[in-house]
Design a binder for this molecule. Structure first.
Ligand SMILES: [Zn+2]
Length: 417
């Protein structure tokens, strides 16, 4: 493909993302949640872009858009390429959507050429967890985990996932048909990094080798509420001062361990008055790392530190684990191939851990999965100012084409034929 064509295709992918951002539940900003009516418009628009291929474009029973580009021979395996089409409220145009537009762009860049495997473009119906408070509804259907329990989860209006599917005109009884069969050989997802790392490194692309595991805890310090004017400093049991000491310990612990991120994002002090020493303080703790061992050790250390601080100050500390999610490794073969493809675009090979969850993490339960991150200007995402550079999208298309050719020539395919 000429550099002129590459540039044109990159500009088109960006323009399509911006066009889809107009399909929104809110006026003046983008919000597109699971099976909302703008989601239908979004599907129709993408189907229109896919018309020149004369391939079947369908919406499966979990609301995922799926379009299958055939292989050179019938009965060949399929590679899934895509990302999600839903958004957060007041969203940017590229989170998720760009991965789907790049999949469409890659098909176009093939100029009708058929590969030893088919390519299925997938646009997941739900990843962000906005409408039902539960993420990955779309991709869970592909691994057979859109189960009864999830179907019964209700949104703010009391509408269940099941009901939402029916109201959209889909049949929940067909959800099992959305599940991936043995013919699928892998899943590739392009996604904006949504962080500052690649920008800092001056690199347009990176291979994601793992999705970080996560621990979420609630930690509470108990002291004694008392009068702020009449209680001398040495006779206080100030829960908020203890919590403050612990917050800086959390930051210190994360800073001293490569790749570890730890955040106290919420704090609630009781009674919460200017002239009262806080008697009870509740905090949130979010800890993430690509290695479960390192993450679990960090959480243990931080809990121990909370107890030590509490003891020293005459307070008590209690904690509750709210979420414990293991790290998910991306497929080593695909990661290596992505790295090689990035090298062919002139980029330096770089691997990184994704601190955020993605559909690839769910797909990895069933098929080899891997991701390619694109540099995110300013590291800004989940905001209307989210952006992407046209040169970086060009590199992504170039990388994608190299990757498809590499996979076509690889033993992964030969063994299956
Ligand atoms: Zn996303």
């Amino acid at each position: 493909m000429t550099t002129g064509e590459m540039h044109r295709r990159a500009e088109e992918a960006i323009a399509r993302c911006r066009r889809l951002a107009l399909f929104s539940e809110d006026q003046g900003s983008t919000r597109r949640t699971f099976l909302s009516s703008p989601m239908r418009d979004c599907y129709q628009e993408i189907a229109r872009w896919l018309e020149p291929f004369h391939i079947p474009v369908r919406v499966d029973a979990a609301g995922n858009l799926r379009a299958s580009y055939p292989a050179a021979k019938s009965g060949a395996p399929k590679l899934l390429v895509g990302s999600h089409l839903d958004t957060v409220p007041n969203a940017g145009a590229y989170d998720g959507i760009l991965g789907v537009m790049l999949a469409v762009g890659l098909l176009e860049a093939l100029h009708g050429r058929r590969l030893p495997f088919g390519i299925e473009v997938v646009g997941f119906s739900e990843e962000e967890g906005v409408r039902f408070g539960t993420p990955f509804i779309g991709s869970r259907a592909l691994v057979g985990r859109l189960d009864e329990e999830l179907l019964n989860v209700q949104d703010g209006q009391g509408i269940s996932v099941q009901k939402a599917i029916e109201e959209f005109g889909l049949n929940p009884a067909e959800i099992s048909q959305a599940c991936l069969s043995a013919e699928y050989i892998g899943y590739i997802e392009f996604h904006i990094e949504q962080g500052p790392v690649l920008e800092k490194l001056g690199q347009p692309l990176a291979a994601v080798d793992a999705i970080a595991g996560q621990s979420r805890l609630e930690v509470t310090f108990f002291g004694r509420g008392n009068h702020a004017g009449t209680t001398p400093m040495h006779l206080r049991y100030d829960a908020l001062a203890g919590a403050a000491e612990w917050i800086t310990a959390v930051e210190r612990r994360a800073r001293s361990t490569t790749g570890l991120v730890a955040t106290v994002g919420r704090i609630e002090a009781k009674p919460g008055a200017t002239n009262v020493i806080a008697g009870e303080v509740r905090l949130s703790l979010d800890v993430r790392h690509g290695s479960d061992e390192i993450r679990i050790q960090a959480v243990e250390d931080l809990v121990e530190q909370a107890q030590e601080i509490a003891r020293r100050r005459g307070l008590t500390a209690r904690w509750k684990t709210l979420l414990e999610q293991r790290a998910v490794a991306m497929d080593p073969f695909l990661v290596a191939e992505i790295e090689r493809a990035i090298g062919k675009t002139g980029g330096a090979p770089h691997r990184m851990v994704s601190g955020a969850g993605h559909d690839a993490m769910i797909l990895a339960e069933k098929v080899p999965a891997a991701m390619i991150f694109l540099r995110t200007p300013g590291g800004i995402s989940h905001d209307p100012s989210e952006s992407v550079a046209v040169e970086d999208v060009e590199k992504a298309i170039d990388c994608g084409l190299h990757l498809l050719d590499q996979l076509a020539a690889s033993s992964l395919i030969r063994e299956r034929m």
